[in-house]
Design a protein around this ligand. Structure first.
Ligand SMILES: O=P(O)(O)OC[C@H]1O[C@H](O)[C@H](O)[C@@H](O)[C@@H]1O
Length: 568
């Protein structure tokens, strides 16, 4: 494929022209065209995508599909599914689809069919989680392990947290989780350690250390801290019963002191932020809910993998979503995207997508290393509706234009109805899901306000310009299967955006610089605390702040020969 930039393609220029036309139209008028709206609704496997409230028309869509062809989208998707090294800067394939592939499918990476490897680990998780859950695997003092702390950060944390939070209130999953707890320890802040162990007994706790590299500073210090917490209470030999690991680096797992038999592997062709369907998510989630529930989650993701691979662009939900994001960022110039699930169970969805999207697509050069003359990625943020409505929606309605993803669920996980109320509680929630997109699209004109006899000095304040784009995704329910579908839709959408922009969505060099500067600070803190060495090699600003920091009492005993665990 040629190393030219997509913005030089005639198809890109065509869209530049189209956006000027679209800007002259108001969504109010676009929404009046029923044929247009019909063409902007697709359904697959129970999920409906309605993108009729995008500032776009059928001509835009045709041009976006042409842009996709110009960007060789189909070839790029095929190269991903064929296990080619599309993550070229790390010389790796990108095969999270293999993590949820059917047992009999064949997916190659470097000449090897990886599906049997995947299923070998799945079987091991199934077996281990069942032993822990049934009480046949017990802790060092013979007690069943009913609580799990998953230690990990970034991709080794956010996806599993999102899925866990979504399943916690699913009636079927909750039934299987009775009497068990799953907690996460991500931040290296000792306060997070204190929170994660408060109320837990080491005798009945299993710690799962999750790290692709097994070198991440935060995770390793937290893992050492929990190792200390267990051995302090139960002795060093208890580690074998109370700590297991998920990693691609099984050598380091063993060096840490975890029995290699209790390590669950994954592979370098799984990116951290795309790893929730590997042992990273499947192990802690199976410990909590049992593997049969998590298998449904994998099935849901697989359904979308098949759809993404084989469906034409005009009916392909992840492709449509990805193209619309490119349209909003690169042609309309909208820098952000709000993710607004009308479901409290999806409260950790936006934080997960923040990593998947911003770590994948926040890049400054093309995959061939050419500086980009256009912006990539978007600023993702979000909160469940209706909470967001009482927080930042003011800005979305009358301030800056932010394309919104409204995500709704037809059937509540926990229906409630109060006698005498005109609607059920879920209907009340969903009234907002259906109303907000129109409020954004149509707005409210000064003429409407005048006809309502609004005082003239308030008219500018109460006017809504409208013409603010959104799209709606309606899921039938929020079962493990649907959660898997939602995850895969966003994973592939984000890949589509990167494929169109011509960047590498699967590396993350931008996280390295801060890490290496932190290690210089760590060395300085050690030298200053232990031997009173002066601060050297930092600028005026950092030197001043470090001096202030070092002057204060740490709250720790001066003698560093004993460990101190959080007081709880
Ligand atoms: O799983 P680990 O190797 O511990 O990595 C955890 C995280 O580390 C870094 O911050 C990367 O940018 C993330 O993509 C990754 O998920």
């Amino acid at each position: 494929m040629s190393p030219t930039l997509i913005c030089d393609a005639v198809e890109w220029q065509e869209l530049k022209g189209n956006v000027e036309e679209i800007k002259r139209k108001h969504l109010r008028d676009l929404m009046a065209d029923v044929e247009r709206c019909k063409s902007m609704m697709v359904e697959y496997d129970g999920i409906i995508l309605d993108y009729s409230r995008q500032c776009a028309d059928q001509a835009t869509m045709e041009k976006l599909f042409k842009l996709a062809e110009a960007a060789h989208l189909t070839e790029k998707i095929n190269r991903m599914y064929n296990g080619e090294h599309i993550n070229s800067t790390e010389d790796r394939s990108v095969l999270h689809i293999a993590l949820r592939a059917a047992r009999d499918s064949v997916i190659h990476s470097d000449g090897r069919n990886v599906v049997p490897d995947v299923w070998h680990v799945i079987e091991k998780i199934n077996d281990f989680s069942e032993r822990v859950r049934s009480g046949s695997w017990v802790g060092a003092t013979g007690k069943p392990l009913k609580d799990v702390i998953a230690v990990g950060i970034g991709g080794s944390f956010l996806g599993p947290l999102f899925v866990h939070t979504a399943l916690q209130t699913d009636p079927e999953a909750a039934e299987f989780a009775k009497g068990r707890q799953l907690r996460f320890l991500a931040n290296v802040d000792p306060v997070d350690v204190a929170r994660s162990i408060t109320g837990l007994n080491p005798e009945t706790t299993l710690v799962v250390v999750v790290s692709k590299t097994f070198t991440t500073a935060e995770t390793m210090l937290n893992a050492r801290t929990l190792r200390e917490w267990i051995s302090d209470a139960l002795g060093r030999q208890a580690i074998a019963k109370h700590m297991v690991a998920v990693s691609t680096n099984l050598k380091l797992v063993e060096q840490f002191g975890i029995d290699p038999n209790n390590a669950f592997a994954f592979w370098d062709w799984v990116g951290g932020r795309y790893s929730v369907c590997s042992a990273v998510g499947v192990l802690p989630l199976s410990l909590q809910y049992g593997f049969p529930i998590i298998e449904k989650f994998l099935d849901g993701a697989r359904s979308i993998d098949d759809h993404f691979y084989s469906t034409s662009f005009d009916k392909n939900i992840p492709v449509l979503l990805g193209l619309l994001s490119v349209w909003n960022v690169s042609f309309h110039g909208f820098p952000a995207r709000a993710i607004l699930p009308y479901s409290q169970a999806l409260e950790k969805f936006a934080p997960h997508i923040q990593q998947v999207s911003m770590e994948s697509n926040g890049k400054g050069v093309s995959i061939d290393g050419i500086p980009l003359p256009f912006e990539t990625g978007e600023i993702d943020f979000g909160e469940p509706g209706t909470n967001g409505q009482h927080s930042f929606y003011q800005l979305i309605h009358q301030g800056r234009v932010i394309p919104c993803d409204f995500i709704g669920v037809v059937k509540s996980q926990r229906p409630v109805y109060l006698k005498g109320e005109i609607v059920s509680n879920h209907d009340e929630l969903m009234s907002n899901f259906f109303a907000q997109p129109d409020a954004l699209a149509y707005g409210k004109s000064p003429e409407q306000l005048q006809s309502e006899n609004v005082a003239s000095h308030l008219i500018p304040h109460k006017t809504f310009s409208g013409n603010r784009p959104s799209l709606s995704l309606l899921l039938p329910s929020l079962s493990a299967y649907n959660v898997g579908q939602l995850l895969a839709i966003y994973e592939h959408r984000i890949a589509v955006e990167g494929f169109i922009w011509g960047i590498n969505s699967f590396d993350q060099w931008g996280v390295e610089l801060g890490k290496s500067l932190a290690s210089q600070v760590r060395k300085q803190l050690n030298l200053s605390r232990i031997s009173g060495k002066p601060i050297e090699g930092f600028n005026f600003s950092t030197t001043t702040l470090l001096s202030r920091y070092l002057q204060a009492d740490t709250g720790l005993p001066p003698d560093s020969s004993t460990s101190v665990l959080p007081k709880i």
